[in-house]
Every structure is written in structure tokens, then in C-alpha cells.
Design a protein around this ligand. Sequence first.
Ligand SMILES: [Zn+2]
Length: 200
Amino acid sequence: MSFLYPIKSRNIDGRQQTVTKTLPISSAFGPRGSGFHNGIDIPVPVGSYFQAPFDGYLSNSVNPSGGNQVIITSVDSTQRFGFAHLKNLEISDTLIDERDGRPVSKGTIIGLSGNTGNSTGPHLHLTYTLNGEKKDPAKLSYDFTNVQPPIVDPGPVSLPLPVFPGFAIIIILILILLVTRYLKGNRGIGNIEGTQSLQT
Ligand SMILES: [Zn+2]
């Protein structure tokens, strides 16, 4: 069974860049300090989009440790993904404004990454639960083919700078040369005509 990768895109300078492969993990699943890290930490900029890895139902919670959290439970309720440290629980109308208990289909955007709760920097704390038991989300198989079109803002289109100025300068020089030659040529003809008219 494979799941859609929970991070749909990364917010880079206000643009959503599509994620095409598994992102590096800053803290793995397993024993950590005196406790147990029940998920994985993936650093992602604030405002990145999280998506539903499967069809399911959403629920919200807020706590001092996980901050704003959203949980998606599979339709048969055997599996669950938890997303912690979200930016907020109310997201814009283009996404979802009322999440609690709401059915969502695979690929729906279910939250924005943030840095709320007990967090030392913007990241996603992702958990996966199978039949009530926490499992390592890094060991799952992920699908990067989003069911929705990728949200990519192409941004300003520009010619590659190292090539463009050199190319433009050459074109301008050729134009100057052609115009100069044309003007010189015209003046020459004018002079000859002038000379001829003087002779008559
Ligand atoms: Zn964590």
C-alpha cells in the first residue's frame, strides 16, 4: 500500500514548489533522550501545503506540545496520519475552512505547515498509526503522483542573465553599425546629387 506523500508542496519565498521526493528527516522515529519520538520531523518552511495521504476523515486538536494539529483517519478507521505544529486551524477558503469530522479525498490540502507548540523551528511532526500502534512513517512507501494538478507558480519568466546582456549588446552594435552605414550612404548620394545639380 502506498500513500500520497503528506507534504504536497514547499513554500519557497511565497511560491509553492512541488515536492518530488522524500524530504530529509531532522529527527527520526524511536527513542529520543529520555522519551520516545513517536513520529518523524521534516523541516518545511511555514505555509507549505500538507495533503491527505488517503481518503478519510479529519479532526483537529490543539495542545502545548504539538501546537495546532490535524489528524486524518482512514475510511475503515485502521490507519491514521497526524500532522503537528501547523500554522493555524483555520485556513483560507480555497483550502478547507471547517475541518473537524469532514470527509476528505486523497490529495486534498488539509493544512499549512507552521511552527506552533513545542517546536524549535518550522517543521512537520508526522505520525502514522496502524491499528492503534504508532509506526515509523519513514518506512512507508510514498507516491509522488498527486491526484490534483501540482500547485506551482512559475513566477516571473526571464531570459538567462549571463546570456541575455551579451546577446543584446551584439544586436545593438549590429543595429548601430547598420544605421550608421545607411546614414553615411544617404549623405553620400545626397552629396553626389548636390554636386551634379551644381554642375548644371
Ligand atoms: Zn517530532
